[in-house]
Design a protein around this ligand. Structure first.
Ligand code: ADP
Ligand code: MG
Length: 405
């Protein structure tokens, strides 16, 4: 249950093999356009250096498909890290092999070695087919730390398979620890627990909606997926985004609503527009009356904002994933924006996950009023849905280590 943390490790004089998520966005010239993922790992990196350890960092970058792709070298990330830390970062030419092992052996406390892109090798994504790769990686450290939350939903060599070589010595870094503290705690949430789910498609969030209905008191539905729920009830939805393949599933969720599971709350009014662009003709309609032909739903209406606010005011735990409308267009961002401001004022523990949801929180200017922004994208969703992730499961248990020492 409780996983070993970086603070539990005896770091002094040891080589710490740390999985980080340096999978940063690159422009056409191969320059890093956003180094948030690198700077987010600095606390764990500094902690190891400050406690007399040497660091061996490993990450993937992009999708090289098991081959060496020069454009996907981690060298630019090593250089950026060096600049952020103000100390040198050595770069290896590969992530396994004799030469790398030699570099690791020569590493002194306070030094950092960045391994080359893990995904240049098939064994990273398919460790079951290349056990030799896993053991070759495992040779490169005395202790193992995973701080790559964004990759923790993958059972890959560096995120999961490797941990068996570090019995009692595989720990979570600070980023992973924070996610475990907030999203992991949703397994037994403080109640009332209110979840908000939006985004464009029910298909990508169905598992999350179902899991949340089992856990939360109420699940507020907005965004494009709301129209699949409306259509499932026989309500006309005009040209709104929807998924006919999910009508039956939507019906089943509506059927379960409030019956042992949490209550699903759908928008009672909707902003509908003739086109999804700024300046398009739009109006507000009642959901029950249906969306007229030639219009599509683009946002929740003001009555829905008021209803959702009422639900949120009761909650002591709030989770939000998925914008409630086409928030990229200012005219259709009002519902999302309003709910962002409500969350900012709640005393509840507020957790927001998803790339677009975080962008919406930033656009609303309330980033520092949210208890936790979960940055993992796919990892956040899978963690919410399943309550754990392969990269977390693989870590050592805290109690087992205490007895081993
Ligand atoms: P997150 O990244 O937070 O998980 P998603 O990627 O699931 O969120 O959803 C975000 C997308 O959903 C946005 O691009 C937004 O425009 C879209 N969306 C929200 N409401 C609608 C709608 N009514 N019609 C079409 N797209 C919508
Ligand atoms: Mg998204």
């Amino acid at each position: 249950m409780h996983k070993l943390l970086i603070k539990d490790l005896p770091i002094e004089g040891k080589k710490v093999l740390m999985r980080v998520d340096f999978n940063v966005p690159l422009d056409k010239q191969g320059r890093i356009t956003d180094d948030t993922r690198i700077s987010a790992t600095l606390p764990s990196i500094r902690y190891v250096l400050d406690h007399g350890g040497a660091l061996v960092l490993m990450s993937h970058l992009g999708r090289p498909k098991d081959q060496k792709v020069a454009e996907l070298s981690l060298k630019p990330c090593a250089e950026r890290l060096s600049r952020l830390l103000g100390r040198p970062v050595l770069m290896a030419s590969d992530c396994v092999g004799n030469e790398v092992e030699k570099m690791v052996r020569a590493l002194k406390p306070g030094q950092i070695l960045m391994l080359e892109n893990l995904r240049f090798h098939r064994g990273e994504e398919q460790p079951e087919k290349d056990e030799a790769f896993v053991s070759a990686l495992a040779k490169l450290g005395d202790l193992y730390v995973n701080d790559a939350f964004g990759a923790a939903h993958r059972a890959h060599a560096s995120t999961a398979a490797i941990a068996k070589f570090f019995q009692g010595k595989a720990a979570a870094g600070f980023l992973l620890e924070k996610e475990m503290n907030f999203i992991g705690a949703l397994k037994h949430p403080k109640r009332p627990f209110c979840a908000i789910v939006g985004g464009s498609k029910l298909s990508t969030k169905y598992g999350v909606v179902e899991a949340l209905m089992k856990k939360a008191n109420t699940v507020l539905i907005g965004g494009g997926m709301a129209y699949t729920f409306l259509k499932a009830q026989g309500i006309p939805i005009g040209n709104s985004i929807h998924e006919d393949d999910f009508l039956e599933k939507a019906r089943q969720l509506l059927e379960q609503s409030g019956k042992g599971w949490g209550r699903l709350v759908l928008p009672t009014d909707i902003v509908v527009a003739r086109e999804v662009k700024e300046g398009a003709d739009f109006k507000i309609i009642e959901s029950a009356k249906g969306i007229p032909d030639g219009y599509e739903g683009v946002d929740i209406g003001p009555e829905t904002v008021a209803n959702f606010t009422g639900e949120l005011l009761h909650a002591v735990t709030v989770l939000w994933n998925g914008p409630l409308g086409v928030y990229e267009i200012p005219a259709f961002s009002r519902g999302t924006n309003a709910i962002a401001h409500v969350l900012a004022q709640l005393k509840a523990v507020t957790i927001v996950g998803g790339g677009d949801s975080i962008a919406a929180i930033q656009a609303a200017g309330v980033t520092d009023k949210i208890s936790h922004l979960s940055t993992g994208g796919g990892a956040s969703l899978e963690y919410i849905e399943h309550g754990t992730l392969p990269g977390i499961e693989a870590l050592s248990d805290r109690i087992a280590t205490a007895t081993a020492r």
